[in-house]
Ligand binder design. Structure first.
Ligand SMILES: Nc1ncnc2c1ncn2[C@@H]1O[C@H](COP(=O)(O)OP(=O)(O)OP(=O)(O)O)[C@@H](O)[C@H]1O
Length: 281
């Protein structure tokens, strides 16, 4: 059990990650000496400068990048490779163009040999949740970028993973679509009255997005990535986007995270009286 009394879903202990590159296969460190515990049901965002190792961390949790040293555990078990209990939502929706929307959503269940009536029912329910039930029979090329990303999200949720990994899922969308999908994700995440069963690790460059969605925001330093701040976002759930964005505490959290990201700019930021909350790393 962790301090919160909840079961740790994910644990990193003195974790070091990197990549072998070039002809000499030289090891380049991406993440260094990270200690992190994530509880079941928590929504965690990871922010940090470009190249600090956010994607590398996510890929290691997905089992796509090996652990160089230290430990990386899911449910107390070392991660050795990809597994059913972890699903990724990438920046660009990687849908099969020849399959309909519903066939894309139930793809993971089909691969697992679980495509029964309950799976079809779950698919319909998820498409209703993401507002796409009318498009069940459509092909991906008939959808907008935002709609495709909704299908992507429904597909990841369909396999009921223990942990859902988001690699800047809204990064390629225009500002309005991004905001509406952020609101939607917030709603979906809080839809279960017993609390979310899925744990989320969400990579983003957008500080406001991290504060909007998360229970905690982890701030990484420049390459190699080390944790420089772990900010608990104490906003009650269910929270609504419109209400939470206008709360003065929302701006305070954004400033705290920006200060951790760019300590050299802290004094300049404090001298600006009217600060904008639309901030990217
Ligand atoms: N496949 C790879 N082979 C070699 N080096 C890599 C590979 N992928 C990433 N790196 C290096 O590892 C470091 C961390 O990269 P990573 O993509 O994890 O950072 P990031 O924080 O996600 O960056 P960004 O925000 O720009 O997406 C960088 O120095 C990068 O050049």
């Amino acid at each position: 059990m962790s301090e919160s009394g909840r079961t740790p879903l994910l644990q990193a202990k003195n974790l070091r990650l990197g990549h072998r590159t070039g002809r000499t296969r030289e090891f380049v460190v991406a993440i260094d000496s990270i200690d992190l515990t994530i509880d079941t049901g928590e929504f965690i965002s990871v922010v940090g400068p470009s190249g600090c190792g956010k994607t590398t961390f996510l890929e290691a949790v997905a089992g796509l990048v090996p652990v160089a040293s230290g430990d990386l555990l899911v449910n107390g078990t070392p991660i050795k490779g990809p597994a059913r209990n972890r699903a990724i939502v990438f920046q660009s929706a990687s849908l099969f163009p020849w399959r309909t929307v519903e066939q894309n959503v139930w793809f993971g269940l089909e691969v697992q040999g679980r495509l029964d009536e309950a799976a079809r029912q779950r698919t319909r329910q998820l498409l209703h949740t993401v507002g796409l039930e009318k498009y069940m029979k459509a092909r991906p090329d008939e959808l907008s970028g935002g709609m495709r990303q909704r299908v992507n999200l429904a597909r990841a949720l369909a396999v009921s993973p223990d942990v859902l990994l988001f690699d800047e899922p809204f990064g390629a969308l225009d500002a309005m679509t991004r905001e509406s999908l952020q609101d939607e994700l917030l709603r979906i995440w809080q839809a279960d009255p017993d609390g979310p069963k899925t744990t989320a690790v969400f990579i983003t460059h957008d500080v406001t997005e991290s504060v909007l969605l998360s229970d905690r925001v982890i701030v990484l330093s420049r390459n190699p990535g080390r944790i420089v701040a772990d900010v608990a976002i104490k906003a009650p759930r269910p929270r609504t986007s419109a209400q939470w964005r206008l709360d003065p505490k929302f701006t305070e959290y954004c400033s705290e995270i920006l200060d951790a990201l760019h300590p050299e700019q802290k004094a300049a930021r404090q001298s600006v009286t009217a600060t904008s909350t639309e901030s990217s790393v």
